[in-house]
Design a protein around this ligand. Structure first.
Ligand code: UTP
Length: 470
């Protein structure tokens, strides 16, 4: 282990990199705070900060003329069964692990704890982490295999997340089958590139984005661990989508065996609801890329074909399968990963080095750097996209109210449960307008889809106006 640099060494480094203000309060700090500050400064990528910022500022956006639509595979495709069987086999042979990114700050939802602890389901109010754990457990039972679960946290929520898993006895799965690790942090900087102070003894940091997950997996030893235990592919998902199919054999089968897939990285899409929906879309430019809503030229986002279908409509829902060897390749890099930096201008409270005043800014005052996992698609030889059904796999919880809120997510979860029951031939009471006259929640341990409900229909009839947990 390296020793923390001395004060003299740190001063020299700060002078060299133009960040001397980080020691503005040195004289007023006690020994413990001084040690904390020196250790924190030692971890900052000060020598690279200038190039990270200029790279983020000059990130090229594709011109409309370069952009082409992608041709996705369809969930209902003719030879789906063939690929599903290939995926089943992959899971059964222990080649697959689950990977959730849960290091985000969840500011829009405003929940007091880690987002995975949010009670998300419509009847039982199960927390998101439990929903995913039960899905993994259901897949483990169905396939007769252990499926390791990698959980990325951040420095800000790691301990609380770990405590939550602990308090819930790891959701009934063996402790060793869940691996928690924290993602990296990057300094928040002023608009002129100075690292901000959160406290007199502490630089302001933010998590390095979901793209940081690849580097964090590598640094936590997870890639070595996976390769030593024969795991070849990771099912990547986000903490905010209770309808995700964590282990999806069709998706896995296509990822490893579709004729045009390099088995490095594959993604799921849903068709955009309308041209104005604020979602990133998969396009070719000429490599597969997620074009952010805000970066899409209007002639691209508005384009429709002769039948009226949105041409650039493959909305990204942040569900991927990523090859473990591909992650190793991407993270063989001096800075930990080849993914580019993006910048967002945000409000960050700070201690003013000139006055010592802690300030809550009224206007955005800081640059936050982040990397995005979907940028890895750009590096993949031949990535593929599978278009899935929105209700089936996408019920995001982003905001406290309105769109993509707990209320809209619950409604979609119920809609999917009703759909599964109807497909399985179970009568569901409905209003005259076709809307269900009941709230149903189906535990992942009860059914992973309509087929399980057909085999094991509910013991009791569903009564109009009732709430039922199956
Ligand atoms: P979001 O883009 O929704 O960001 O993350 P967020 O930080 O959770 O929420 P807001 O924007 O502050 O409201 C999408 C997914 O990526 C994870 C989140 O936990 C979520 O699963 N994520 C995001 C990370 O793991 N680390 C990050 O640095 C950012």
């Amino acid at each position: 282990m390296r020793n923390t640099p001395t004060l003299a060494e740190t001063k020299q480094r700060l002078e060299r990199t133009g960040q001397e203000h980080l020691l503005a309060f040195w004289e007023s700090l006690d020994d413990a705070r001084r040690a904390e500050l020196l250790a924190a400064i030692a971890t900052l990528p000060l020598e690279h900060l200038g190039s990270m910022l200029s790279q983020a500022a000059s990130l090229a956006k594709p011109a409309a003329s370069e952009i082409r639509p992608v041709r996705p595979y369809m969930r209902g495709m003719a030879d789906a069964e063939k690929y599903r069987t290939i995926g089943d086999d992959l899971v059964r042979r222990g080649k697959v692990a689950a990977f959730i990114v849960a290091g985000g700050q969840g500011t829009r939802l405003g929940w007091k704890g880690p987002k995975g602890t949010f009670p998300a389901t419509p009847v039982a109010g199960k927390p998101l982490f439990r929903v995913f754990a039960e899905q993994i457990m259901a897949a483990e039972r169905a396939y007769g295999v252990r499926i390791p679960w990698f959980v990325m946290t951040s420095e800000a929520n790691h301990d609380e997340t770990e405590r939550f898993f602990e308090d819930n006895r790891w959701f009934g799965r063996p402790r060793g089958d869940t691996m928690l690790f924290a993602q990296g942090m990057v300094p928040s900087v002023t608009l002129d590139g100075k690292v901000m102070l959160e406290h007199a003894w502490q630089p302001a940091l933010n998590p390095d984005g979901h793209g940081g997950s690849l580097k964090a997996l590598r640094q936590a030893g997870a890639i070595d661990h996976m390769q030593a235990s024969g795991i070849e592919h990771l099912c990547y998902f986000q903490v905010d989508n209770p309808n995700v199919h964590v282990i999806d054999p069709l998706f896995l089968g296509l990822h490893v065996a579709a004729p045009d897939s390099s088995a490095e990285m594959s993604s799921k899409s849903v068709l955009k609801r309308d041209t104005t929906e604020k979602v990133g879309v998969f396009v070719k430019a000429p490599r597969l890329t997620v074009l952010e809503y805000s970066d899409a030229p209007k002639e691209i986002s508005d384009a429709r074909d002769a039948s009226g279908e949105i041409i650039y409509g493959e909305g990204s829902i942040a569900i991927h399968v990523i090859g473990v060897e591909f992650i190793r390749k991407l993270t063989d890099h001096p800075l930990g990963s080849v993914l580019p930096w993006h910048r967002a201008i945000k409000k960050v409270p700070f201690v003013d080095p000139a006055t010592g005043q802690r300030t809550e800014p009224a206007e955005p005052n800081a640059i936050k750097l982040e990397s995005f996992v979907f940028d890895a698609l750009h590096e993949a030889e031949s990535p593929i996209v599978l278009r899935t059904d929105r209700v089936e796999e996408f019920a995001p919880i982003k905001n406290a109210s309105g769109e993509d809120s707990p209320a809209t997510s619950k409604a979609i979860q119920v809609e999917r449960a009703v759909r599964w029951l109807k497909e399985a031939g179970v009568p569901v009471p409905c209003h005259a307008n076709g809307q269900p006259d009941c709230a149903i929640e189906i535990s992942p341990l009860t059914a992973r889809g309509p087929d399980d409900l057909r085999r094991h229909p509910p013991a009791k009839a569903i009564v109009a106006g009732s709430e039922m947990l199956l």
